[in-house]
Every structure is written in structure tokens, then in C-alpha cells.
Design a protein around this ligand. Sequence first.
Ligand code: IPE
Ligand code: IPE
Ligand code: MG
Length: 247
Amino acid sequence: MGIFKPRKRQVQVDFDHLPRHVAIIMDGNGRWAKRRGLPRTAGHAAGAETFRSIATYCQTIGLEYLTVYAFSTENWKRPAEEVSSIIGLLKKYLLESIEKMERDKIRLHFFGDLEALPPELRQLTVRTDDISTRYDGMQVNVCFNYGGRDEIVRAAKTFAADCQAGKHRPEELTEALLSGYLYSAGIPDPDLVIRPSGEVRISNFLLWQSAYAEFYYTDVLWPDFDQEELHKALAAYQSRSRRFGGV
Ligand code: IPE
Ligand code: IPE
Ligand code: MG
């Protein structure tokens, strides 16, 4: 028998029925760099470029919401030099995004405790919030200093304070009301959560919101994640049967 080389199968995505909201845990930057004998910070720079190209592509195909996990409340455990290089990248891409938002009418929001950011960066996030109110294009949410548990605790505290102030009564609390206290207030829950890098865990990402999300895992490291990988994730999503507890 001769050598049989299977033709690379094109993944079929139905672009008329995309998930409304895709969330991505941008993981694997460090391992990507290590494999190349580069410092971890080079992996973060490459991952930030991947974010830029995937976000642009998501806008092209007409996705409504894209939420990415960029830095967790636990990532402060990393060496100071790595943390500061990630914050430096955030600044670079924020400045660039502001131009892009105006051009492409994109909305950009942050989920997370931004108090920990340098004042100059916090100012920039206030600016992106402000610009976002003018547009109705794709909404990108960047989770920075974000933790799912931290988000729920904050929501609970704010609700408790509103009760004390007489705005609410404890017995009024419903799932919908609590959702309104989260960073994601007013945004539909993610339909699809993608985690590259081979890890099969949630790592404190969108704990409340992903109650019924479909999960997609791949061994591809985030800096290598491209359109074709996104197509695979979308096609996998489209092959699933979502039941939400029904039959
Ligand atoms: C994801 O890549 C980026 C952040 C968590 C900030 P990692 O830096 O976690 O990469 P690995 O998991 O070490 O390969
Ligand atoms: C999750 O990745 C956080 C981000 C991608 C920003 P981690 O690399 O921090 O997760 P663990 O430590 O492997 O669970
Ligand atoms: Mg990691």
C-alpha cells in the first residue's frame, strides 16, 4: 500500500449561528516561551498579539461578545518582573485599542478590581468605558485582576450595603438581581468557554456566568491559537446539544 496522506479537513463553521458570547482563558504563554528558550515575558508579548488578531477576527465574523482572561487575582503570586511586564503590555494594548475602538466602533470593558492598577492605567480604562457608551459594535471584556469568587464576594457586599441603605431588602435577592451586581451586569452569559494550553480547569474564571457554558479545551498554547483553532472551537460548540437541565 502506498503512503496515504489524509487531506487536511476544513472545519465547517455555521457563521449564521455563532454563539453570542465566547470567553477565552488565554493560557500557555509561559510554556510557549520556554519551548523556544525565551523568557516568559516574551510569551506574554506573543499572547497579547494573539489576543489582538483573534479579537479582530471575532469582530469580522460578527461575534457580539468576547471575554478574555488576562490576569487573575491569583497571578500576583508570580515574580514581580513578570507581573510588571504584563501590566506594561496592558498599557500598550490599551493605548492602541482606544484608536481601534473609534475606528471599528468596538466597546471595551474591564472585569476585575482595577484599584490595583497604576492611576494612569485606571484613567485609560475610564476612557474606554466612556468611548464604549457611544458605540454598539462587538463588546470585548478584558478580565484583569479578576477572580470569579472575588466578583461574587464584591457583589454580595454591595448588595448588603444597599440593604443597609434601605434600597433593597434581603428577601428580594434573586439570581437576576445578584447578576446585576457582577462585573458582567447586563451581558448575556458566555455560551462557549475556550481554554488552550492543555489545562482542564476553570481557574476562578466566570464562575457564576459559566453555569451552563459549553467548554472547549485544546493542547494548543495561546500564542499559537489562530483562526483555524477558533473554527475548531466554534464547530465543536455547534455540534453540542445544550439542554439547560431539560431533556
Ligand atoms: C497565561 O499564560 C497568562 C497569564 C496567566 C497571565 P501563563 O503565563 O499562565 O502560561 P503557562 O501556563 O505558564 O504556560
Ligand atoms: C488562568 O491561568 C489565568 C489567566 C489565563 C489569566 P493560570 O495559568 O493562572 O491558571 P493555573 O494556575 O494554571 O490554574
Ligand atoms: Mg498558565
